[in-house]
Design a binder for this molecule. Structure first.
Ligand code: FAD
Ligand code: MG
Length: 348
């Protein structure tokens, strides 16, 4: 498991510091936020309260995140996901309502994308182990052994009894592509219940802008340049009560002896990372669960299919950045997104 000062932690922490600078420099508000950063869900999480500032509330937020990690992680023993995976091919597991609803939502995205986003990707995620110190490029035999285990259609949900069953031994759920978004939504609910009207939640680059800024102008959030150090941006998005989630090739990857990079969004049909010229996809949405599932889904679908798909979804917008520095935005983002880097060209 990563420690806070691992290579990934350092890179992501830098990004968070940058985001804070961007937020404060773009506002005329004089009030400094009450901010805390901690390492949860395998990533640095920063919560900044611009009103309703309360240390116990911040502590409650992080307790909630730790609770979700203990419920949903594939990397810990005793979590619900771990129990479901261990009993794959053997027996259904009764799941408490919160996890059941999330897994149900994740499965809906698997159906919606016809398996491009597949929550049974676990055996391949465990095999590659990208983001962990022991990550290596697996052999083709190892990959081929896992491929028959990946199929969201073999997940059986029983709505009446709240049970989940994976039909084949060796199958594994992995919620890495959606659970951080779910966690952000849970924090938003908690903060709103405590009367907070202006806050920024940042789960390792998975950002939720709660309300507007204290001076009632919009938050301005930078979109990471995928080819430059974290903190350098290609443009900005203005936001209010919105989630911005990015999936990209530049944070979690390994490099083999030949210098080839392998990122962490895996094609369930080949067992290798998707190779589709996308460098990153950012999804703007009202709910972060949707944004997280969709950022991974759109990455998996590719630019052409992904853009078509996003246009069918109400209140969902996206920005695709290609590996040859082109930027595609969905139609609803025209006034919200500003390209600021001359290294990139906006496509229409
Ligand atoms: P996203 O694009 O949102 O998601 C990519 C992730 O989705 C991949 O890493 C993989 O997990 C999964 N995925 C890959 N291909 C597909 C596909 N085709 N369909 C569906 N899903 C796919 N990281 C650590 O280093 N150590 C930890 O202990 C740790 N614990 C965690 C516990 C929880 C509960 C969660 C939610 C995350 C944890 N993480 C941990 C982080 C996690 O491993 C990923 O880094 C993170 O969730 C990926 O998020 P992202 O926004 O970078 O990418
Ligand atoms: Mg995601």
């Amino acid at each position: 498991m990563f420690s806070f000062d691992s290579y990934l932690g350092i890179k992501r922490n830098f990004f968070i510091i940058f985001l804070c600078i961007l937020f404060t420099s773009c506002g005329s508000s004089t009030q400094e936020p009450l901010t805390r950063t901690d390492f949860v869900l395998g990533t640095p999480v920063t919560i900044s309260l611009y009103d309703g500032q309360s240390e116990p509330l911040l502590e409650q937020c992080f307790e909630q995140l730790r609770g979700l990690e203990n419920l949903l992680s594939i990397n810990k023993t005793g979590t619900v996901v771990d129990k479901i995976n261990h009993l794959a091919g053997i027996a259904p597991v009764t799941v408490e309502p919160q996890a059941f609803e999330l897994i149900k939502t994740a499965l809906e995205y698997s159906h919606l994308t016809q398996g491009a986003f597949d929550i049974t990707i676990g055996p391949l995620v465990k095999l590659w182990h990208i983001g962990f110190p022991d990550a290596t490029v697996p052999s083709i035999d190892e990959i081929n052994q896992r491929l028959p285990l990946i199929n969201y259609k073999n997940v059986v949900l029983d709505d009446n009894n709240h049970t989940i069953f994976l039909q084949k031994t060796g199958m594994m759920l992995d919620l890495g592509g959606i659970a951080k978004g779910y966690a952000a939504d849970q924090l938003v609910t908690l903060l709103k219940a405590h009367g907070v009207k202006h806050a920024i939640i940042n789960l390792g680059g998975n950002v939720y802008a709660l309300g507007d800024k204290p001076d009632h102008s919009l938050w301005t959030i930078g979109i990471q340049d995928p080819f430059h150090p974290l903190g350098e941006t290609i443009g900005t998005i203005t936001a209010k009560n919105q989630s911005l989630v990015t999936s990209g090739i530049y944070e979690r990857y390994i490099t083999d002896k030949e210098g080839h990079n392998y990122h962490h969004i895996l094609n369930p049909h080949t067992g290798y990372p998707y190779d589709n010229n996308i460098a990153s996809v950012t999804v703007v949405s009202d709910h972060s669960t949707d944004g997280d599932a969709l950022s991974t889904s759109l990455f998996a679908l590719g630019i052409s299919e992904g853009l078509k798909f996003v246009e069918t979804l109400p209140n969902i917008e996206a920005i695709f950045i290609t590996q040859d520095a082109k930027v595609f935005t969905s139609s609803g983002l025209k006034s919200q997104f500003t390209l600021t880097s001359s290294d990139f060209t906006l496509q229409h």
